[in-house]
Structure formats: C-alpha cells, structure tokens
Design a protein around this ligand. Structure first.
Ligand SMILES: Cc1ncc(COP(=O)(O)O)c(C=O)c1O
Length: 453
C-alpha cells in the first residue's frame, strides 16, 4: 500500500498556495477590503472555508463554468455545494424568473401563485408524498417539519445520526460520545440547550443503536439523509434503510428523509430509487435552480394528525412558516427547473458522467495502491482518505485530513477545476460534458503521482 510522505505533502501544499496567491491578486485584495465591513471579511462566514487563505471572488457563472475576478475560468464540480445542481443560471429558469419579475412583477406578496400547485404535483410525482409546503431553505423546512413531528406524536425528542448535517437545525448538532450517549458536535455555536436534552444519537448503518434509542419511547422523529453526504459520502448498507423504516413504525416514531443532497441519486432522489416510505421528506437548494427554496412533503395521514390539533397555529405565529416563503419567484423558478432542467433525461446523462468520473479516480487509486476510496451517489462522487470506505459518520470524520483536502483543492483549482471546498465532492449538472470529467481524471492522476510518486 502506498505510504503518505507528510513532509512532501507540506512542500506541495506550500507550492500550490504560492501559485494560487500569485494567480489571484484581485481576489486577495477583495478579501482584504472586506475585512472592514464584513464579519469574517465575507458576506457569510462559511465563505472563508477556502484553501489557500482567501476565497475566489465570483465574476460570472454559466452552466458548469465559473469565472473569477482575476479572469480565470473553471470547470465547476462544486456547483454551490448542490445549490447549482441545475447548472448556473439555466436558461429555462432565467426565462421564468424574468417573466415573473419583469413582465408580471411581484417578488414577494404573501399571495399564492398558480405555479405552486404545479410544483407540488411534480414533487409528488417524483417523491410520492402528496402534500407540500415551502420554505426558503432546507434548514427551515427541516425545522418546521420537526415541529410537526413533535406536535403529532406528543414526544419531545429527535433521533439524529452522529456527524449528520441538516442545516443549522439545533437538534441535529450531535455526535456519539465515547459512552454511546448524545454529545454536542465540536464547534457547536451557542446551542439553546445541551443537545442531549433534545436528541438521541445513533450511528448510521447500525440498526441496533437506532433501536436502543427508539426503545426509550420518547423519539418523535428520526431525521436522516438516506446516505450521509456531509461527512463524505457514507452509503447505506443493504437492509439499513428498510430496517430504519421498520423500527420507526414499530416504536411509533416518524421518519424524516432529507433529500437535499441525495437528490443526486435520480429525479426522485433515493426515495424513489430505493422505494423508501418516509412520513416527511425535505429537500431544498437545487430544485429552484439556485433561487432560495426549501420544502417539506408529508403523508395524508400526517396531515390528518396535524389537523387533529386545531389549537396549533399554522397560519400565524405558531412557529411554522415565514414571510417570504413560498414567494412567486421561488415558485416560478422551481417550476421551470423541475419541468425543464433537472429532468429525468438530464439525470441519465449526469449519472453516466459521475460513473466515468468515479472510474477515473478509482483507476488512479488502484494503480498506485493509494488507501483512499471513492463513493458515488448518482450524479455525485466523492473521494475519502480511508479504505475501506467508512460505514458511519464517526468513522468518516476520523478519516478527515485537512492537509490532503487543501492539497487536492488547490492542485485542482490551480489547473482549472473547482471541487467543493467543504469536502472532495464532485457533482455533475446538465451542462457537464465528458471532456470536463476527463480533465479531472488527468489532473487528479497528476496530483496523486506527485504525492505518492
Ligand atoms: C442534507 C442537508 N439538509 C439541509 C441542508 C441545509 O440547506 P440550507 O443551507 O440551504 O438551509 C443541507 C446543507 O448543506 C444539507 O446538506
């Protein structure tokens, strides 16, 4: 097995950092200028998570290409960490938004528009759940759905998997502590209460740990991605998702499947692909082509159970809803994106490209006996610094390596490829072409050769 030479890695990172700094003086200056008025120097603090010491500054973007203010253009496999899975500014979405805001007018009015029912029906066709409600982010859709789950079950707790991510949802910032109990995730900013009061934790792919948690009888809802995607990709083992459904039913807990990232599996996400039967489904980010949106879908049975609580205030300030949610622009964008861009046919091409991407990386890793793995989830692939691939969040977190991340991000960036800064994820969109994947295969091979050669 190839062994990693850390001092070589340090030298290579230094070389790539220097090349990055030299090629991006305007981005560096813009970052410096932002320090005076922006918290962290950027519009949102996560944007500092960028290899090389300062982020690229966006000039323009189209399809799967991004150009920075220093005049470089990149093949974009990050796609806004899934927000731009439809590609940047897809034509059909742009036309629909222009019509909405230019011809018709009304960014936000607190009035329903006719597009919404079409979008709801299309989500039902794809994911199966009959009734939908809209938010501006997947985070909010998750938050509101957890409230409905607590309301209808009369139970207080949520079950979440160690190292899961569902947006900034307080209940989900948990890891499994050494004693098997719920612990606050490292770095958790100002939790309202200790998460062990709100949350029971289990390990993904470990039904026994799920059953131990559910057996307390106080879990309103199990929230999970059908494959973890925010701590590398952790695929479900055979029988895990079916077992999870069965345990939820047996112990009277609802099952919330968060498809925000796993939508990459196909037009109906993993829910359609694997025949899952969630009580609640959440998705956001990509379904409106990058215009803010989130949504939760619920079963008819759950809707009935909500209606059985007439005192719960769903139409004013009861804690479910938001002023700009369901606005006409989001709805027009979602209709166009689902109807014309992220179509069933587009997914076929995107998944084929991700398969080629995955095979290219695997051939390089096998050729040099590098102890990493690559996992594919439909149109998305990700390499992880562990072999065999981790089977749960805790294992996958342990496989993290900031130095390798920085090296690979900078190496690919300096050669015209954007990988997602949060992990080593690559996502295909309808405008990705085989030559883009071949470029990555070539550059990734060079990066590994220089590291292990
Ligand atoms: C699975 C999942 N759910 C929810 C979210 C939250 O999405 P947003 O940041 O748009 O609220 C994310 C964000 O990465 C996610 O990966």
């Amino acid at each position: 097995m190839a062994r990693l030479n850390r001092s070589r890695l340090t030298d290579l990172v230094a070389r790539e950092r220097a090349a990055y700094a030299e090629a991006h003086p305007r981005s560096a200056a813009a970052f410096a200028a932002g320090q005076d008025s922006l918290f962290g120097g950027v519009p949102m603090t996560w944007m500092t998570k960028w290899s090389g010491g300062f982020p690229l500054y966006l000039d323009r973007a189209s399809g799967n290409r991004i150009s920075d203010i220093d005049g470089h253009t990149y093949v974009d496999f990050a796609l806004g960490d899934t927000g731009a899975m439809a590609g940047h500014s897809p034509e059909a979405t742009v036309v629909a938004i222009k019509r909405r805001i230019d011809d018709l007018g009304g960014f936000t009015t607190m009035l329903p528009s006719e597009d919404a029912a079409w979008v709801g029906a299309e989500l039902t066709r794809r994911f199966g759940l009959p009734l939908w409600s809209f938010a501006l982010t997947a985070t909010d859709a998750n938050r509101w759905a957890l409230r409905l789950a607590r309301l209808t079950t009369g139970r207080s707790k949520v079950l979440a998997f160690s190292y899961c991510y569902h947006g900034s949802v307080d209940e989900t910032f948990v890891v499994m502590g050494p004693d098997g109990h719920t612990a606050s995730r490292p770095g958790n900013v100002g939790p309202p209460v200790d998460p062990s009061l709100t949350t029971r934790v289990a390990e993904f792919n470990d039904l026994a740990s799920v059953e131990r948690a559910l057996a307390h009888g106080d879990v309103a809802v199990v929230i999970t991605e059908p494959a973890l995607t925010n701590i590398g990709i952790v695929l479900p083992e055979p029988g895990f998702l079916e077992g999870l459904r069965e345990l939820c039913t047996r112990y009277g807990s609802l099952l919330l499947i968060d498809e925000t990232h796993t939508f990459s599996a196909g037009p109906g996400g993993m829910t359609k692909d694997r025949g899952l039967e969630p009580d609640i489904l959440v998705i956001g980010k990509s379904i409106a082509g990058g215009i803010p949106i989130g949504t939760y879908g619920i079963t008819g049975d759950l809707a009935e159970r909500v209606r059985a609580h007439p005192e719960a205030d769903l139409v004013d300030v009861g804690g479910v809803g938001g002023t700009l949610a369901g606005n006409a622009v989001s709805m027009a964008a979602a209709r166009a994106t689902l109807g014309e861009v992220l179509t069933d046919e587009a997914f076929v091409r995107m998944v084929e490209l991700a398969t080629t991407f995955t095979e290219g990386v695997r051939t390089t890793l096998d050729g040099r006996d590098v102890p990493w793995t690559i996992s594919q989830l439909g149109a998305r692939s990700e390499y992880r610094f562990a072999r065999p691939a981790p089977v749960n969040g805790t294992q996958s977190a342990a496989a993290g390596d900031d130095d390798l991340d920085e090296y690979l991000h900078l190496y690919t960036l300096n050669r015209g490829i954007l990988m997602t800064p949060f992990h080593n994820m690559a996502l295909m969109c309808p405008s990705t072409v085989p030559a883009d994947v071949d470029l990555h295969t070539e550059v990734f091979g060079q990066a590994v050769d220089e590291l292990y050669g």
